[in-house]
Design a protein around this ligand. Structure first.
Ligand SMILES: Cc1cc2nc3c(=O)[nH]c(=O)nc-3n(C[C@H](O)[C@H](O)[C@H](O)COP(=O)(O)OP(=O)(O)OC[C@H]3O[C@@H](n4cnc5c(N)ncnc54)[C@H](O)[C@@H]3O)c2cc1C
Length: 432
């Protein structure tokens, strides 16, 4: 009886033929060869934190959980080589111990490193890039089971494509990351009227290191998060008040609101409005990775698109209109972030300065129509979908959105010409 696999948000599940947890590159090569011999597709998987069907397979699912160790450290170059299955949380702790850090991170740290880079997981910062940009080397088991070393000096034509690979080029076994010296961030967070938050965001975008904001639908309020690098030490925080804010209000209380929402969708607006007030949280200083990442315990569904930075607020206003027209309330905030352009073929920020708009719904809500309407807006602004989040685009449309698309398809032709790692999601977005 095949074992069932389900993602974090519980909106995707499959019954893989087998779930493998290899301990070595040798075992990975054997699994791939077995798949080829038995004509069973092989799919690498991380921690199941994608909302899209990117990880689904009825073939061999290969979890990299056991390959999660630090392999080597180059203190001179500030580089580490790590097993691809390490979680971002464990990686952050290990880096901190040796005085290193990643330059930028996303909202959470539960993903595996390989899963995070495979989908171009990102945070915010107009002068910064996604986690994938920190990759300077990769070892990957390709379609014929052989292991390929990829870096600037070896097989360099595959380096950029393999930084965001959707798991389509092979099974990444280890990753070499360019780190920076560990740093502290000072964080300022406050809630105010949306026009004030937007003008502060636009100011801080070029003045602060990292800035993002969250608009609370059906209200005129938004929360901004401004982070700056600082040489000052971590501040002493009131653990009780942080627990109340981060866990009781943002996770437990929020979960209750969403359960209530399912029962009484029309009365939840009032509850949300009465909970969200203009306020400022005390400034605090902490290690960068503790500031970038938070816990998200309430299960939700997410769609995120990137648009050219210059269209960010036009697209945002149209998303606001979509929400206003809905017949039910949206209880999750809309998140706005930015990123510098990069040179990775399938990155959401490939060759363009980028603004991100993310919309979320409780995972038990009916999301189809809402996401469909948001997607229509995004398409008008040349939006590119997050590979790990919900979207409906296909290869014909996607190919026109990425100037370096062919570089990726050529790499795939070379590394997995027969599509051993494919699944229905990849068939849709890549064409086979
Ligand atoms: C609560 C929450 C918050 C999030 N916040 C953010 C955010 O702030 N920013 C953002 O950009 N995204 C965010 N995401 C999305 C998430 O970062 C991505 O979907 C990411 O891919 C999940 O990592 P994972 O390890 O769970 O990968 P999975 O979902 O398990 O897999 C994703 C892809 O990675 C591939 N893959 C995994 N391991 C390997 C390997 N060893 N070799 C080759 N391919 C591999 C898989 O084949 C698949 O294609 C969030 C998701 C959740 C649930």
């Amino acid at each position: 009886m095949p074992e069932k696999w389900t993602n974090w948000a519980r909106n995707q599940s499959s019954n893989p033929h087998n779930i493998f947890k290899p301990n070595s590159e040798g075992e990975i090569s054997e699994i791939i060869s077995l798949g080829v011999a038995e004509r069973v597709k092989v799919r690498p998987i991380g921690n199941g934190h994608s909302f899209s069907s990117i990880g689904l397979t009825d073939g061999f699912l290969v979890s990299m959980d056991s390959m999660d160790r630090i392999i080597s450290i180059d203190r001179e170059k500030l580089q580490v080589t790590v097993g691809a299955g390490i979680t971002i949380a464990d990686l952050n702790e290990e880096l901190h111990k040796i005085g290193f850090a990643l330059p930028n991170l996303g909202d959470i740290d539960a993903q595996s490193l390989a899963g995070a880079i495979a989908t171009g997981t990102h945070g915010t910062g107009i002068n910064f890039n996604s986690i994938s940009s920190a990759v300077v080397g990769i070892r990957i088991a390709t379609g014929d089971g052989s292991i390929l070393d990829i870096s600037e000096s070896k097989n360099s034509e595959f380096l950029a494509p393999s930084k965001v690979s959707l798991g389509a080029l092979g099974i990444i076994t280890s990753v070499t990351l360019q780190c920076v010296p560990a740093f502290n961030l000072k964080i300022l967070e406050f809630t105010a009227k949306l026009p004030e938050i937007i003008s502060r965001f636009e100011f801080e975008e070029s003045n602060a290191d990292f800035v993002e904001f969250f608009w609370f639908p059906h209200t005129e309020l938004a929360e901004i998060k401004i982070c700056n690098k600082t040489a000052s030490p971590s501040s002493r925080t009131n653990r009780v008040s942080r627990f109340v804010n981060d866990e009781v209000l943002r996770n437990f209380g929020f979960n209750l609101i969403n359960k209530f929402w399912l029962q009484f969708p029309n009365s939840v607006n009032r509850s949300v409005k009465s909970l969200i007030k203009e306020n400022a949280r005390p400034e605090r200083i902490d290690a960068s990775y503790k500031v970038f990442c938070s816990k998200r315990r309430v299960k939700f569904l997410e769609m995120e698109y990137s648009v050219p930075r210059e269209y960010l607020f036009d697209a945002f206003r149209e998303v606001q209109s979509v929400i206003e027209r809905l017949s039910f309330p949206v209880t999750f905030p809309v998140e706005i972030r930015t990123l510098c352009a990069d040179d990775i073929p399938l990155s959401m920020a490939s060759e363009r300065e980028t603004g991100f708009i993310a919309v979320h719904l409780y995972n038990r809500a009916e999301s189809k129509n809402f996401f469909h309407d948001v997607e229509k807006v995004m398409r008008r602004f040349h939006g590119r979908p997050h590979w790990g989040k919900i979207h409906n685009l296909d290869s014909m449309t996607l190919a026109n959105l990425y100037p370096r698309w062919n570089e990726f398809t050529e790499a795939r032709q070379a590394l997995d010409p027969d599509g051993h790692f494919t699944n229905p999601y990849l068939e849709r977005v890549l064409g086979y």
